[in-house]
Design a protein around this ligand. Structure first.
Ligand code: SF4
Length: 443
């Protein structure tokens, strides 16, 4: 068992065992930064290619902070706390929320609202760096043993039939599980369903997502259901303000199938007792903008990564059909949103049952290992090819047989043409040699 005695969907999703061990055995983690620090410019993004210095952060830290802020505001929207500040809808986070508000159930049309509720109910007491901690976990049987899972459902509601028709989601006696996801690109990173799938599409199905199935299974167990409607709302955080909803109907049998696989992965990870037991998976180094555990980013991992760009070149870009299907869905949802906005009052504090705010324990556990984070240094993305002396190619000896022949014509223009072709061949060869040198140097 790792230093943290439970798993979460995000912890078992680590595709590199070494990265998992660094995070959950050694406790390496980027510090959380409150959104206000970014909003007020107290913390700025580090310059491209540089490790963040004092008062700077990685883009990934900003994204995480934005996501947390958005979750906190939705929680306040559905379960307003007395004396809490009113929700701001006009700043960046507020605008991102507004882009997807029409995809969420209206509070007054819910007969039950649960926000940030933990899965399971067993209170697990444990210690972290000498400090006593408590976490709520859900124990699931896995072979001869149990796997303790920890997680928080963004939103579980019971809605009216009319609200279900408005949202266009599945109907499972009004129960609906929702999750908010912020992303830099919906077309690239949003999970999809069968309706959104196009030919030659390698995007992941929401129905096969561990978090979705684990949370749905727990809701089904709690309310005695055989199937559950789920809706994942994706909000784009870059230039455009847009959001889409991805719906699925999760049956209990299917949820078990996916969760069983998650339990197998969790038990495999539990066999890793020390960092030395964990294997590198360098195919994962380039994922999500580059693994920040690597020494290039000030982390402790010294694995030899694949040549920069090699892995990303292999990653498929969304196809035209995928973009078109997303655009079509987005247009439909935007039309519906416009319709709804006409009939909807502006967001205001409304009464709803109060819930206690909780955050994913696994996401707030560990502070960064200060010794491993070096002071500001340029990231070694690729070394400058200029540092290597490139010898000029021996032009005269360069494969004369590749030269196009000038057949029976010695006019000036033919000679010039043949020289131009030869020059272009030589330049192509030079480019190949340069590429080889750069690859060699980057190793
Ligand atoms: S840099 Fe690569 S090998 Fe190292 S921990 Fe990250 S994914 Fe694993």
């Amino acid at each position: 068992m790792s230093a943290i005695p439970f798993h979460s969907p995000s912890s078992v999703n680590y595709s590199c065992d070494y990265a998992w061990a660094l995070r959950y055995i050694m406790g390496v983690k980027m510090p959380d930064i409150p959104w206000e620090d970014f909003a007020s410019d107290k913390v700025k993004l580090a310059r491209w290619g540089c490790i963040p210095g004092k008062g700077e952060a990685w883009p990934i830290q900003r994204s995480a902070s934005l996501g947390k802020e958005m979750h906190a505001r939705w929680e306040q929207y559905y379960c307003p706390k007395p004396n809490a500040k009113p929700i701001i809808w006009t700043d960046l986070v507020g605008q991102i929320m507004v882009s997807g508000k029409h995809l969420l159930p209206r509070r007054e049309h819910c007969t039950m609202v649960k926000v940030e509720e933990p899965i399971g109910s067993r209170v697990l007491k444990w210690k972290r760096r000498g400090e006593d901690r408590e976490s709520i976990v859900w124990d699931l049987e896995a072979g001869d043993d149990f796997v303790a899972w920890n997680g928080y459902k963004d939103l579980v509601v019971r809605i009216t039939r009319e609200e279900c028709d408005r949202l266009g989601c599945y109907w499972t006696d009004g129960y609906l599980l929702l999750d908010h996801k912020t992303t830099s690109s919906i077309a690239q990173y949003a999970k999809i369903n069968a309706a959104l799938r196009v030919v030659d599409d390698d995007r992941t199905n929401l129905a096969d997502d561990l978090q979705c199935c684990l949370y749905a299974l727990e809701v089904m167990a709690k309310f005695g259901l055989r199937a559950l409607a789920v809706r994942w709302v994706y909000y784009e955080t870059k230039d455009k303000r847009q959001a889409i909803a991805v719906d699925e109907l999760i049956t209990i049998e299917h949820a078990w199938e996916v969760v069983d696989k998650g339990c197998v992965r969790a038990t495999t990870l539990e066999r890793i007792k020390t960092l030395a037991d964990a294997k590198y998976n360098t195919k994962a180094c380039d994922e999500y903008g580059g693994c920040k555990m690597h020494q290039d980013y000030g982390g402790p991992c010294k694995a030899r990564k694949p040549i920069k760009g090699e892995a990303s070149k292999q990653r498929k870009q969304p196809s035209k059909e995928a973009m078109a299907s997303i655009a079509e869905l987005r247009a439909k949802q935007a039309a519906k949103a416009a319709e709804i906005r006409k009939s909807e009052p502006p967001p205001a504090a409304a009464e709803a049952e109060e819930e206690t705010a909780q955050v994913d324990e696994t996401d707030e556990v560990v502070l960064p290992d200060a010794e491993t984070v070096k002071p500001r240094l340029p990231v070694k993305r690729t070394r400058k090819p200029a540092a290597v002396k490139v010898e000029p190619l021996p032009v005269a000896e360069a494969e004369p047989e590749a030269e196009p022949e000038v057949v029976g014509n010695d006019s000036a223009s033919d000679v010039l043409l043949s020289l131009a072709v030869r020059r272009s061949n030589l330049l192509a060869e030079l480019a190949d040699v340069n590429a080889e040198i750069i690859a060699e140097v980057s190793r």
